[in-house]
Design a protein around this ligand. Structure first.
Ligand SMILES: [Zn+2]
Length: 361
């Protein structure tokens, strides 16, 4: 049974802003709704990502298969299996032998799963352009990881029953129990809040705080142990999801990375440890995103990169790979699916222009 929790949004925060020392209830539950697709076989012949239902791992799997049926030159594989037994799917299009490769990722943070249908739709966008005569994909290879954190997405969307393995459910229950001081047992709203706001992986680690930069040991950690958000992990690069992304980047040597988070309609582009050359490319990519979306640039003084341990920080600081982090949606995550179409209207055209930029056109 798929269940979801709907929250009133009374604060506007972004996923990368400084951690709160203690949880603040973002609102109270205004309703539980059972998604209506749980009991019927999904036989849709059109893409789930064009709809406005909660976008699950299963819907993504269906769409990956449909992309391969409908378009030439689409391949998919898994770059790793998560602790609860899900694939970190990679979809690849374009010229696999091209000198330039681009990576697009979504849903590193679980509750930001609205980014997954956006990234999926960007695959279709590039393929449609190709079929209309655009030649960009002859010269570039694009790899997409639409859901970096599928175990966490399952927790945010469906709670403990969203997990596959008994040992996973036990692990999640232990994390919940370890925060009993917050009244999670006594108060159903708080319990639901804790899971609905799940940002981390199954181990209770924020993958986007776990990258092995030189700043990891000094990075502030407001939780210091497995939790639903912010915990940076027991050691730098400790998490399998982190390692899969690291291995992918080391193998593929991407020319650029487009990294989607939610929410705030802002763009993190800088990193104080990036070389001038990489920073200039980061900024050029950010300007492309601004030209389509109108989102605001986060100032370098406020980007939190001093001890940054996110994917962006690692790419800028340790790998010298230009990249930009785009925060889509408004309100609080999980942002409602009613925003999907608006997010798409803002972001369509971003990736084709990033491709042109990388190709020097
Ligand atoms: Zn995020």
């Amino acid at each position: 049974m798929q269940k979801r929790y709907i929250w009133t949004a009374i604060t506007l925060t972004t996923c990368i802003t400084m951690a709160q020392a203690m949880p603040v209830l973002a609102g109270r539950i205004i309703g539980h709704a059972s998604a209506n697709y749980a009991t019927t076989q999904n036989v849709s012949t059109d893409f789930n990502f064009l709809g406005s239902e909660m976008y699950t791992y299963q819907k993504m799997e269906g769409d990956i298969n449909l992309l391969k049926q409908k378009y030439e030159g689409v391949t998919s594989d898994s770059i790793g299996t998560t602790p609860d037994g899900r694939n970190m799917y990679r979809i690849t299009i374009g010229n696999k032998d091209a000198g330039k490769k681009i990576l697009v990722v979504g849903a590193i943070h679980a509750r930001e799963y609205i980014t997954t249908p956006l990234v999926m739709r960007q695959i279709k966008e590039m393929l449609d352009k190709r079929d209309e005569g655009d030649k960009s994909l002859d010269e570039v290879c694009i790899e997409y990881i639409p859901m970096v954190n599928p175990d966490g997405v399952a927790i945010s969307q469906s709670g403990i029953n969203g997990l596959n393995k008994e040992e996973s459910k036990k692990k999640l229950q232990e994390i919940i129990d370890s925060w009993s001081e917050w009244g999670l047992k006594e108060n159903q709203d708080k319990y639901n809040w804790f899971l609905n706001k799940w940002k981390n992986n199954l181990n209770g680690v924020d993958i986007n705080h776990n990258f092995p930069t030189q700043g990891w040991k000094d990075r502030a950690d407001s939780r210091k142990r497995p939790s639903n958000e912010h915990y940076k992990g027991p050691s730098a690069g400790s998490e399998s999801e982190t390692q899969y992304l690291i291995n992918l980047v080391n193998n593929e040597k991407f020319a650029a990375v487009l990294n989607y988070h939610a929410q705030g309609q802002i763009i993190y582009w800088s990193n104080q440890h990036a070389s001038a050359e990489v920073a200039a490319k980061d900024k050029a990519m950010a300007d492309i995103v601004v030209s389509h979306t109108g989102y605001k640039l986060v100032s370098p003084e406020a980007d939190g990169s001093k001890y940054g341990t996110g994917f962006k920080d690692w790419l800028d600081w340790e790998k010298g790979i230009p990249n930009v982090t785009v925060e889509v949606g408004i309100g609080t995550s999980p942002v409602p699916e009613t925003q999907i179409e608006n997010i798409w209207q803002q972001n369509k055209g971003v990736l084709p222009d990033i491709v042109k930029y990388v190709l020097g056109k």
